[in-house]
Write a new protein. Structure first.
Length: 249
């Protein structure tokens, strides 16, 4: 049987022009890769995960993004299929991190920050592949990135390659993981959104997606909603500034 595959630098030649399953949290990155997939596939389904994350507001934001994608981009509406949310609350129960507990976000000198949820992306991919196996969808699309990745080891290409190899072998089916953002900065992600759907898509992602680890949706900044101080907000704001400066030039 065929082995692994993680298409980190995707081209149209890599795409089957059929079905894809998007790991969709409702954040900037997953919203961008959802649009990327809608431009390339005939039909896409989305899957989200409730792991008792501190920023639970993203579960509503993901629905808002899907609704806006359908209404603002009619050419994509018929391509958007079923959306599922899996209950992975057990992950929240066994994780002692600042994304699953009401504790202060801290950085470490010799390891990932305490926002790292051990095993999260690997678990997500396992469940996505299991659903894809049943649905006959073998192309997975996700927003992992090792350029601006906060030090998370499960966002690295090598980790994802190994995971996809194991899934393909364990299910005796070739699964392909597309990670369009793998080598892009946050500014690069904004540029990809503009290339994919113009400023209208950029504005949609800015307004409706959610990134902030604190779950703050009270105040909207130039780059979107957030607390301004958590690592996710800092990255998003920095990326927006770099993107905006280039747009103005």
């Amino acid at each position: 049987m065929a082995g692994m595959t993680n298409k980190n630098i995707p081209t149209d030649a890599n795409i089957s022009k059929k079905k894809a399953l998007i790991l969709f949290s409702g954040g900037q990155d997953s919203a961008t890769v959802l649009a990327w997939a809608l431009n390339r596939y005939d039909y896409v389904e989305t899957i989200g995960f409730d792991y008792e994350q501190r920023h639970m507001v993203e579960m509503q934001c993901r629905l808002d993004v899907l609704e806006q994608m359908r209404s603002q981009f009619p050419k994509w509406a018929d391509k958007l299929g079923a959306d599922r949310v899996l209950d992975l609350s057990v992950l929240g129960e066994i994780s002692n991190t600042s994304l699953t507990r009401n504790i202060e976000i801290t950085e470490t000198e010799d390891g990932p920050p305490n926002t790292f949820v051990p095993g999260r992306n690997i678990i997500f991919l396992n469940f996505a592949a299991a659903l894809g196996y049943r649905r006959g969808v073998h192309d997975l699309v996700a927003g992992m990135c090792e350029a601006d990745f906060s030090g998370y080891p499960d966002c690295r290409k090598d980790t994802l390659d190994a995971t996809m190899r194991a899934l393909s072998m364990g299910m005796d089916t070739e699964f392909v993981l597309h990670t369009p953002l793998m080598f892009l900065s946050k500014a690069g992600a904004w540029r990809l959104a503009e290339e994919t759907g113009g400023r209208k898509l950029v504005d949609l992602i800015n307004q409706y997606s959610h990134t902030c680890y604190m779950g703050e949706r009270g105040l909207r900044h130039d780059w979107g909603y957030g607390c301004e101080t958590c690592p996710a907000c800092v990255l998003r704001a920095k990326g927006w500034e770099q993107y905006s400066n280039k747009v103005k030039m």
